[in-house]
Design a protein around this ligand. Structure first.
Ligand code: GRG
Length: 294
């Protein structure tokens, strides 16, 4: 399997269909529509949709059924980035190699564009053609992961930790398990649910997601120190600038990379319950997470 080609093709597929899931352009308030479209189409690895589709495939499901779920996940992820970049939060001007939504439009429009994306994601889920039982399971899974005991809580804790030097490793892990890990985990788990995975299979996907989510955040911290801005598409060095305690603070760059590798090895070993051929994409995606330069 050629992972580069796999990621490229899956990303191209998602890029192509994302805006099909937007409603018709309204006659007024076009600025909101433009901001939503801009935020969604300006780039991104599409990792969460790719994980969702791969989660569906590994349990032997029909990938077509995972598509609206994959789209909803990318909408939620995009909303989180749009809000995270706002001056009242991370105050970032560059995202995915382009001006952040608030910078390109204005702050109020960026807030509304984020709100619109979050709501649209749940409309897409509610309106998709999955059977009602699976649909509710997926909505509940994603709602919990994105919501007040998931990503939003992680974001709040992250803001509260900013500038504090006494953040413990336990607190840091809590922050990232929620802020970054929850939606990554929900992506692969919801794919497994849609694909009709058994309870044991879903449990493996959940543990896999948590481990790769942890590794993903560690590498995000590493890239903020040693990354190439032109490759990662956002400003580097912002953690130090904002006085943030990160995994690099605790482990150093090499130690942090080692931690991420250990997590990924464990995640890959969990996939042993699946057929060798079927598990390859999720194995390779896990490895990509630690090897990535963007
Ligand atoms: C505002 C509710 C709310 C939440 C924001 C996810 C998040 C929470 C903030 C993003 C800040 C950040 C840099 C987190 C580190 C990990 C992360 C989620 C990076 C961005 O995800 P990628 O690398 O981005 O998948 P692309 O652009 O490729 O989609």
């Amino acid at each position: 399997m050629d992972l580069k080609m796999y990621l490229k093709e899956r990303k191209a597929f998602i890029d192509e269909i994302l805006t099909d899931y937007l409603p018709e352009e309204p006659p007024f308030g076009k600025r909101l529509y433009e901001a939503v479209k801009y935020s969604l189409t300006v780039g991104g690895k599409r990792l969460r949709p790719i994980l969702c589709m791969a989660g569906c495939e590994i349990v032997g499901g029909d990938i077509e059924k995972a598509v609206p779920v994959a789209v909803a996940l990318e909408m939620i992820h995009t909303y989180s980035l749009v809000h995270d970049d706002l001056p009242v939060m991370d105050n970032d001007t560059l995202r995915r190699g382009h001006p952040t939504t608030w910078k390109k439009f204005d702050e109020a429009t960026a807030i509304l564009a984020g709100d619109a994306l979050l709501n649209r994601a749940f409309e897409v889920l509610a309106d998709c053609s999955l059977n009602s039982e699976l649909k509710l399971k997926v909505i509940s899974e994603i709602g919990k992961a994105a919501g007040m005991l998931g990503m939003v809580l992680g974001q709040q804790c992250d803001m509260e930790a900013e500038g504090r030097k006494d953040v413990s490793l336990e607190e840091l892990e809590f922050i990232h398990r929620h802020k970054t890990g929850a939606l990554i985990t929900a992506s692969v788990v919801s794919g497994g649910i849609v694909g009709g995975g058994s309870e044991d299979e879903i449990e493996v996907l959940r543990n896999y997601g948590q481990l790769i989510g942890y590794a993903f955040q560690i590498i995000d911290d590493v890239l903020d120190v040693i990354g190439d801005q032109s490759k990662i598409g956002k400003n580097v060095g912002s953690d130090v600038e904002k006085g943030k305690v990160t995994f690099v603070t605790f482990y150093g760059v090499e130690g942090a990379k080692k931690k991420a590798e250990e997590a990924v090895n464990k995640a890959v070993s969990l996939l042993g319950i699946f057929d060798e051929e079927k598990r390859e994409p999720l194995e390779r995606i896990a490895r990509f997470i630690v090897e990535r330069e963007y």
